[in-house]
Structures are given as C-alpha cells and as structure tokens.
Design a binder for this molecule. Structure first.
Ligand SMILES: *[C@@H]1O[C@H](CO)[C@@H](O)[C@H](O)[C@H]1NC(C)=O
Ligand SMILES: *[C@@H]1O[C@H](CO)[C@@H](O)[C@H](O)[C@H]1NC(C)=O
Ligand SMILES: [Zn+2]
Ligand SMILES: [Zn+2]
Length: 316
C-alpha cells in the first residue's frame, strides 16, 4: 500500500537531515516505467522486437507520434512513422537524428520528465526561434533547419486583463510543499508582467496545486516512481499536479525531486509556455533526481515572446 503524502514527507525530511552522511545511490538503479527502452538498444526501421509498441506509446504520449490506424499504434513493427518520430525526438534532444534507438537516445528517454507533451497539436515548441538561435553552434545548425515554426499552439494564454492570478492548494497537499511553490511563484512574479498571490480561503483560485497518483481522472495518469513526475494544464485551466509517488524534497538531495524546481517548470505551463530544447532552461522537459534549476534567460525571453507580446508578433 502506498504511503500517504504526509508519511512520505516525514521520510524525506529524515533523509534530508542525514543526507551528508548518506551515500547517494545512483538514480538509475531504481526501476522506472521507462526502463523498457533499455531493451530496445540497436532497434531501427524494419525491426519487430517485442516492446516496440511501448516505444510507440512513449512517443505518442509526448506528442511525437499519432497513428491513424490503431493496429499500427499497438504492434511491434518499427515502421516509417516511428522512425520519423524518433528522429524528431533526437533533434529536440540534440542527438544525431539516426532513427536508431542508440545508447544516447536511451539515456535521454529514461530520464524522469514532465508529463506534458513536447509537441502540442502539431506544434513542436522545442524547435522555436530562440532555441535555434541559442543552439546555433556549427555542429548543430544543420539539424535545426527542418522544423516549421508556428508561434503558439492554440494561443493558450491568460486573457490580457488577467495579469494578477491567484493560486491555492488541494486539501491533501503536504504542508512542506507549500513554501517551495510560493517561492516558485515569487520568481515568476519578478520575471514577468504577472503578479501572483495565494487565494483566500473563501476565494476560487485561478490555479490549483495538488498531489495525485496513477489515474486521477484528468486523462493524464501518473506512472509510479520515476517516469513522469508532474504535469500542468495550459491557460486558463490552472491545474498543476505533482506525482505523489515520487520522493519529493524541499532541499536538493540525491534520489529526490526538488519541489521548487519542478514548480518553476509547471508554473511555466500554467502561464502558457511549452517545452524548451535548451537543457539549462527551466522549461526543458526532463530532470535528474537531486537537480535544482532556476529561471534561465531563455525562459524569460520565451515568456516575453509568448505571453506578453501577443499583438506585436507577426512571425509564423
Ligand atoms: C533488428 O533487425 C536486424 C535485421 O534487420 C537484426 O539483425 C537485429 O538483430 C535486430 N535488432 C534487434 C534489437 O532486434
Ligand atoms: C490497419 O492496418 C492493418 C494492418 O496493416 C490493416 O489490415 C487494416 O486494414 C488497417 N485498417 C484500416 C482502417 O485502414
Ligand atoms: Zn513540462
Ligand atoms: Zn493530473
């Protein structure tokens, strides 16, 4: 039986207090729902290896693959569509787009990540203009030329009058998670034209943070420890969920996920940002346990482009 969030947190705090003495276990020793990918090393077009349908599901989940025919979505044929989806994934993660499940691709794919897709309704937010500019070293320029860049998927933003937004917590939220989320909102508050405050008890907040596990009836089930660790909905939905089966912490400790760092990322989605291909950006999709990050120039720039200057932008 799963631990209740409160028990979970007391466990993490015990861990934190002995962190210096405790030897960290490499996170790759823990089983993850993405581990099936490791058994597909070397697969390429034409292979019919067992579990290729899991790879299809993975790439579908994150927006890379959508079969018109469900038979093809569920079989183990490494077909043209899968190869093309894998190459797009490789481009997004700065891997040579070989279309083969190589060691580098596996290493990226098994890293814990946000549950939001990288490609939303056909728009690959990881191939935006600023991403291209910042990655335009000679070695990567050539692989950054194939994307069609459309500005924002469905123009999902808060209506221009809503510059002050309130947030609240679901009743089951562990007390220890509140301050890290408050700090994350304060950082976005300083970096954007938005201001944020915690909703009063009698007020309906614009955004709601909660902890959930597995299927929690929003269409995006979590997958247990590792795998997807959090997700958030685009404006003006306001829902932001942590996976309660991860081990969370207020301070960066090996093997735990940093509440504030993940909050910074998910708040980006709440404000309308998509994923970034810049590894240092908070909007990069994946995160190693124990890692902390802050807002990056790219995040600020993207938020200015995407959120603030809706009317000034004419690019396609
Ligand atoms: C993929 O198919 C090739 C033949 O095209 C075969 O030699 C290879 O062993 C297969 N690889 C895997 C991982 O199944
Ligand atoms: C789906 O693909 C299968 C196998 O290729 C094929 O037999 C079937 O007719 C296809 N269904 C449709 C609706 O095209
Ligand atoms: Zn995300
Ligand atoms: Zn959810």
């Amino acid at each position: 039986m799963a631990l209740k969030p409160l028990h979970f947190f007391s466990l993490v705090f015990i861990l934190s207090s002995v962190a210096n003495a405790k030897r960290q276990m490499p996170s790759d020793q823990k089983p993850s729902p993405f581990d099936f990918i490791k058994h597909l090393e070397g697969c390429h077009k034409g292979n019919k290896t067992k579990d290729i349908h899991h790879l299809k599901h993975y790439l579908h989940q994150f927006g890379y693959l959508d079969y018109p025919n469900q038979t093809h979505a569920n079989n183990n044929d490494f077909d043209d569509l899968l190869e093309s989806a894998l190459k797009t994934y490789q481009l997004n993660y700065h891997i040579k787009p070989t279309g083969t499940v190589d060691a580098e691709t596996i290493a990226k794919m098994v890293t814990p990540r946000c549950g939001n897709p990288d490609i939303v309704r056909g728009t690959n937010t990881m191939r935006s203009k600023s991403n291209k500019r910042q990655n335009s070293s000679p070695s990567t320029t050539s692989i950054h030329t194939v994307s069609h860049y459309s500005f924002f998927p469905g123009k999902q933003r808060w209506s221009p009058s809503k510059t002050h937004l309130t947030y609240g917590f679901e009743p089951n939220t562990p007390t220890a998670a509140i301050d890290p989320v408050v700090r994350a909102f304060a950082k976005w508050d300083s970096a954007t034209h938005f201001t944020f405050s915690r909703a009063q008890n009698n007020q309906k907040p614009n955004m709601v943070i909660g902890f959930h596990r597995r299927d929690h009836r929003d269409g995006y089930p979590f997958d247990g420890p590792g795998g997807t660790i959090a997700h958030a909905f685009a404006p003006e939905d306001g829902r932001f969920h942590y996976d309660s089966e991860e081990t969370w912490s207020v301070a960066p400790v090996g093997n735990t996920f940093h509440l504030e760092t993940v909050a910074l990322h998910e708040i980006g989605h709440l404000l309308g940002l998509g994923h970034s291909s810049i590894a240092d950006a908070i909007m990069f999709p994946s995160i190693q346990s124990g890692a902390t990050k802050n807002l990056h120039a790219d995040d600020i720039q993207e938020s200015e482009l995407y959120i603030m200057s809706e009317n000034q932008h004419t690019d396609t």
